[in-house]
Design a protein around this ligand. Sequence first.
Ligand code: CTP
Length: 406
Amino acid sequence: MRVVVGISGGIAAYKAALAIRELVQAGHDVHVVPTASALRFIGRPTLEALSRNPVTDEVFDDVAAVRHVALGQQADLIVVLPATANTIAKLALGLADDLLGTTILASRAPLVIAPAMHTEMWDQAAVQANVATLRGRGTIVVGPVAGQLTGTDSGMGRMAEPHDVVAAAVAVVAGRIADGPLARRRVVVSAGGTREPIDPVRFLGNRSSGAMGVAVATAARDAGAAVTLVGANLDVAVPDGVELVAVETTAQLAAAMEAHASADVVVMAAAVADYRVADVSDGKRSKEEWGAEPTLQLTENPDILAGLAQRDRTNLVVGFAAETEDDDAALLERGRAKLARKGADLLVLNRVGHETGFGDVGTHIRVLDASGVIAEATGQKASVAREIVDQVAQRLAARTGTIQNH
Ligand code: CTP
């Protein structure tokens, strides 16, 4: 989901870095909005590197994109950590004199704040009244807790641990997505790259990190689906709230997908080895056994996607195709042919090269159905994945509509 992390100017601002990292690792698209004084405690480069998105506290940067409104409108969740006494007061009043203020006012997303201040400040009637006002409007207040404060004193006012703030915030949203576009749907997504053993220590593999499939699983979870991720040798973290079935080989991946073939949506984002080694050796093969010019006998693997698609079914089957074709028309043609050959409902087509397409990088995708290109998207995998899930949800909704009309 899209999370705005607001940071206000207290010493605990450095702890926001941990929360940002945790949210990004869980697959969320994180946009950081610091106040001007927060930037005196923690540097913009740190926030940009961790969130992987540009960071500004300026309302007047990038005005054409109407950033001060867009950030809030597009957010699924806003978390302010730390929330200082000053920021809490501004929120209670509804002030909009900086980017964080405008972002929060322009949003209908749940707001979670993690106050942090000295005990005397926290105990002030003014602060307590402001916190009560915010609570009354539905703001979730996490902490503060008692413990070591800045300097030598300790007491109530320490910010709750970043992990606890993140967990509380994510739980708030989870409770609200029961009406998401994929609510009550089961989605299974394969991700990563399969490995085919040569002997107990060697394998044939590919460079897939699993980032794209994990992004799709995350977007499906955020849309309210119950998601199973069949992960083959993943190089990226598994998002919270997603069931993981870890596999290594193509045969294991095929079995896991078969077990979940009745899901409402089946997505094959894994890079599946087309061939496996015909005679896997029980022991580690020595150079002496290999000889000077060894050959590996390979045998073809089953096409899992085609198997899932070409059966009696009512669910939606989605394939991926990563192609290296430079010519656009030829790329599209390969995509169309692949969609038809596999028998999937949708095919997500993207171009990869030696330097593009793998890991956590920007990407450009097109979604094809039998009629041609129905959607395209450019951006980080998290946002591209949301577009894919939107298309899936629309198609499912249209189908349900058709059945109900009959
Ligand atoms: N796929 C699969 N089983 C295989 C190979 C591929 O399920 N044995 C799936 C992939 O997960 C992906 C889609 O098929 O969703 C396209 O993968 P790709 O490797 O492009 O397909 P291939 O059939 O191997 O086509 P090519 O001839 O271009 O290699």
